[in-house]
Each structure stands twice: as structure tokens, then as C-alpha cells.
Design a binder for this molecule. Sequence first.
Ligand code: TNX
Length: 512
Amino acid sequence: VLAAVIAVTAALSVSAQSQAAEPLRSLVPAPVSAQARTGVTHTLTATTKIYAAPAAKDVGTFLAGVLRPSTGYPLPVLDATGTPADGISLLLSGAPASAGQQGYQLDVAANAVVLRAATPEGLFAGVQTLRQLLPAAVESTTVQPGPWTVPGALIVDHPRFAYRGAMLDVARHFHPVSAVKRYIDQLALYKINYFHLHLTDDQGWRIVIDSWPRLATHGGSTQVGGGPGGYYTKAQYSEIVQYAAARKITVVPEVDLPGHTNAALASYAELNCDGQAPPLRTDIEVGYSSLCVNKEITYRFVDDVVREIAALTPGPYFHIGGDEAHSTSDADYQTFMDRTLPIVKKYGKTVLGWHEFVKTTTDTTAIPQYWGTATSNATVQAAAARGGKVIMSPANKAYLDQKYDASTPLGLSWAGFIEVQDAYNWNPGTHLSGVPESAVLGLEAPLWTETLVTSRDIEFMAFPRLAVHAELGWSPWSAHNWDEFKVRLGDQAPRWTTMGINFYRSPQVPWN
Ligand code: TNX
């Protein structure tokens, strides 16, 4: 009888701490392969060292930065030499070929934890997996008791799609650098590797352009609802770019053209066909503004803006918007793109745009971001047929600003309610007819902020759905299974709680 009581007690305490008990089965995104080393564990101690290949020292420093506050251990970051016999090693050699350029191998043995990858990006992804194998308390900013035990395992992993993005609209409501960094930290946790910043829209222009200073000082002076708005200095934009780069995330700047430009038109009368600057706008209407396509100054403006932002942007992409240009005629839209796309190329960037723009070009390097709600689109299909790549952001699946259900206090609902299972229930590789998986560069989850003011607002709409899209972007389709996924998702909750993330407790998810 006593033995039975002990067994039951043990079972209860295991389920109460299932996060710690079975972290290998709680990973989001699910890895390609994870084998448990039965009976083996590795425990961090006050003498644990981090050994990093010289070219991955920054990844070692990042890992130490995560582990030090909660463990209280010094965790020095040393140069890796020879065969690792103890500690945590981050090595740029010996990864299996299947890990590719973005994947990794994580080997947790009793004496040592060894991460191997072909690139620092791969090691960084592996570090995120290692974080999730530790107890949730590791994410605390204050010293916690531990023990800091990692289950023995051999994980070999790589992403399904090369581009796994998230977008933040800083135009409708301005979000300060601190809020942007907080969101970037949250993206990094889930192996998101592109951060698209929607920098301009009708209600606000959010970055300094030296040759057109009123864009920021006037165009950035308000926001939806009439608050004071704001903008980033060039130094602040660069700070965001560097913060993201330290998390192996590439910033994709967007300047939305030729529509969604009221803030620019309000700042410079000469950009308007009638030479009259309209008032600033703080409502959420779309489709009423357009640059003046037949004025030469328009292209001096575009050239200056693209040149100045491209010069601050190390990543390969520049997003030109192109959406909802309802007050630009088709002919003018064509003319505008014929002038604008070469400007982006001239400054060394690959063009990204909302999918409408791709009807104006046959250039296969130009990448449409599909945001429609239909499952077929002739121009995007044609772009794929020419050999171009597509980024998938179908609004009725991937939009983080859409309400979960009728009772969601924030967000919009024009694309429909998107509960967690709806967000999960699509396949980016087959969603659009005529756009096969080989044409899909990846997916992106946009977060528009007409209704979102604070980081708490951002988090409530992004979590848990951001983790859903991260899973769709990384994990093999063979792992797609809602009943299994929802349990792993629920196991993320103790981490989010520890980090102070304000997430939506969807009734569809068994929260741990
Ligand atoms: C449509 S989707 C827009 C945005 C809005 C969003 C709100 C797209 C490319 N444009 O301007 O913010 O809906 O959900």
C-alpha cells in the first residue's frame, strides 16, 4: 500500500511539473528529430563554462546573458579548444550535413552539452532549443533555486523554410525602441529570423530622413487616436538593427508606397499633385492617399528615402509596401513601380512588397508577400510560375491583429476571427494554388497596430499565435498534429509567465 501511495505521489508531482519532467516533448517549434538519452541528464553548476568557437563568441555571450541572472552562476565564455569534455560548447564544426545552414545538432550528455552548426545562426537556433530544455525558471531575471538540469538527448534539427518573419506596425501607433527590443527578444525565442518594420503609413512616418526632415518631425508627430506619435533617429534605427543582429534576426524595413502615404503628403506640399498638403490623419481608414506619380519630385523623394534607409540596413531586403493603392490608377501604379523597383535595386537591395505590386514586374528576384484571404491569386501564381519566390502571410491565418473571437477586446476582424487552432490549421507549402512549397521562401506573421498601444497589447495578440507561426515556419509538415501541438504550446505558458508576457489563455489550449 505504501509503495502504491509513493507511486501515485510521484505521478502527481511529475504532472504538476510536466514542463520540467518532459521538456524534450515540449519543444516549440518541434525539432526534426529528438532522441532521448534514457537515464542521462546534465546539470549546470557554479563552475560550468561556456566554450565558443571564436566566430560564435557572440552566441556564447547571448547564452550566458540568458543563464546568468536566473542561475546566479558566473558562466564564463571561453574559446573552444579540442574535444569538449565539460560545460556547454558552441562549435562551428562537425554538424551533420542535414543541419544545413540554419540548423544544428544538440548533444546533451552527462559530462557536457555540445552544440554544433555550420553557422552562428544555426548555433543561435540551437541555443533557443537548449533554453527550452531547462526549467522555465531559467527565464527569470532574478536568482532561482534550480537545479538546472537538462535531459540527455541527441537533437538534429533544421528549418522547413528559410524565411520565418514577424512584422510590427510602428506607424499606426508608435512603439518606442524599448518595446521593439522586447518584441525582438520574444521573436528570437521561437527561431524567427526576419523582423519586418512597417515604418510609414497614413498616420505616421517613424524614421528620420535627413534630406526630408519634416517626414519625421511633422509626419511623425501623431498617431491613431491623436496621441503624440514619435519617430526613430537614425542612431535608434541602427540600435534596433544591431539588437536584432545579435539575435540572428535580419531587419526588413518597409516604406509603404505609393498609397498609405498621408503622413509624407502632409509633411511636404510639393509631393501632392495639387501642391496642397493635406492635414495629418489619426483615423484608421485605408486607400485614400497616393504619391503624385507624374511629378518628378516623387522619384527624388523615393530615391532619397530608399538610399538613406538602405545605407543603415545590412540585410538584403527592402519592402516597398504597394498595398491598397485604391486611389492610384492601374496605369499610375504601373508607372510608379517601373520607376521605384530599379531605385531599390540601385541601392543593392532585393525588393519585397505586398503581393499587389508583383503584377507590375516579371523580375523573378522581386518577392511578393501574399496577404489575401483567398487560396488562389493569379498574379502571385504567375510570379511563382516564372520561378519567383513568395512569402506567405494570408490574413485569415497569419495576421496577429485579428481578434481570436468576438469577445477579444483588442484587434480588428475584417479577415475573420483567428483562434489558435485556425492559425495552426493551414499549410504554407500548399495554401495557394499554383504556388508549390519550392516557391515558398517562408512565412511572416504581421502585427498591425491600429488598436495596439502598449507591449501588453502587442503580446496579447502575438501570444500564443506567434509561436504557432514559428512552428509552421520551422517544423516539418510530418509533425503537424493539433492534438499533439496544443500540449506543447500549453507547456510554453510557465516560460511566458516567468518573462511577464501577457498572453491570451485560449480555451483551445491545455495551459500548463
Ligand atoms: C490591411 S494587409 C492592411 C493594413 C491594415 C490591416 C489591418 C495590408 C497589406 N494592409 O494597412 O493595417 O489590413 O488588419
